[in-house]
Ligand binder design. Structure first.
Ligand code: IPE
Ligand code: IPE
Ligand code: MG
Length: 246
């Protein structure tokens, strides 16, 4: 019996976010270069995306490259950008066949040719409806929040928005993630228990799931296990257990 059978279809999260961590350590444990770990990490992305499509999850957000990751050695960054370029090319057909729409969130610091390729895949999958796969690339939450503040201030200064009307919805609507609901579940692999500048605003009430498994080893069964764990939790949103169960 697979853990999959324990998943309650009616209680699936609409949006799952993942901090894909541990590629470098995975490669090191095999006596290989870090980049080999990133390459195998693409396999894990394929597995989890497929599982999300099969289950009917609507949004899957993957933290693939943070603004802080620009501080890594140039060789690793170049390797990652190249891997991104080739993966986008090889996966496009699968995206379309599986009805997967690609969207990207992050700042505009990616190399021009990478931006172009991303835009092209976003356009070619814009009609896809089953799963929205969101790649956080050159993303950091503090960048996103700062950008949001700038946009809201701009609207105020242009007279399009009153200061008194600024509320939580206005903030959410001016985030890069405005097109989707907040994630109900956030998974981080590799044993690290931190957020690393990911979706700080959006995870206010998200359930957090940490696993020791390194990202290249993370497969469908691990994904199902995280979902079953999530479904066993009581989400109280500040209320009491009695209120929730009545
Ligand atoms: C996650 O794996 C992938 C990226 C951040 C691009 P890491 O490369 O951080 O792997 P570890 O944490 O060093 O093992
Ligand atoms: C977070 O992983 C970013 C991504 C998974 C893309 P890192 O490996 O860069 O995080 P820290 O720096 O160890 O917290
Ligand atoms: Mg890491």
């Amino acid at each position: 019996m697979s853990v999959k059978d324990e998943i309650i279809k009616e209680k699936l999260p609409r949006h799952v976010a993942i901090i894909m961590d541990g590629n470098g350590r995975w490669a090191k444990s095999k006596g290989s270069e870090r980049l080999f770990g990133h390459k195998r990490g693409v396999n894990a992305v394929r597995q989890v995306t497929e599982a999300a499509v099969e289950l009917g999850i609507e949004y899957l957000t993957l933290y693939a490259f943070s603004t802080e990751n620009w501080n890594r050695p140039k060789l690793e960054i170049d390797g990652l950008m190249l891997l991104l370029m080739t993966s986008l090319e090889s996966e496009l057909k699968t995206f379309i066949n599986n009805d997967v729409r690609l969207r990207v969130i992050g700042n505009d610091k990616l190399p021009k040719e990478v931006q172009k390729r991303l835009k092209s895949v976003e356009e070619k999958t814009a009609h896809c409806k089953r799963l929205t796969l969101v790649l956080a690339l050159s993303y950091s939450s503090r960048w996103e929040i700062t950008n949001c503040v700038r946009e809201v201030a701009q609207k105020v200064s242009e007279g399009k928005l009153n200061v008194a009307d600024i509320n939580e919805n206005i903030v959410s609507e001016n985030m890069a993630t405005a097109f989707m609901p907040d994630p109900e579940l956030l998974i981080r692999t590799s044993g690290e228990q931190r957020i690393s500048n990911f979706l700080l605003w959006q995870i206010a009430y998200t359930e957090l799931y940490f696993t020791q498994t390194l990202w290249p080893d993370f497969g469908k069964e691990d994904f199902y296990k995280a979902l079953v764990d999530y479904q066993g939790r009581e989400r109280r949103f500040g209320k009491t257990s009695e209120q929730i169960n009545n």
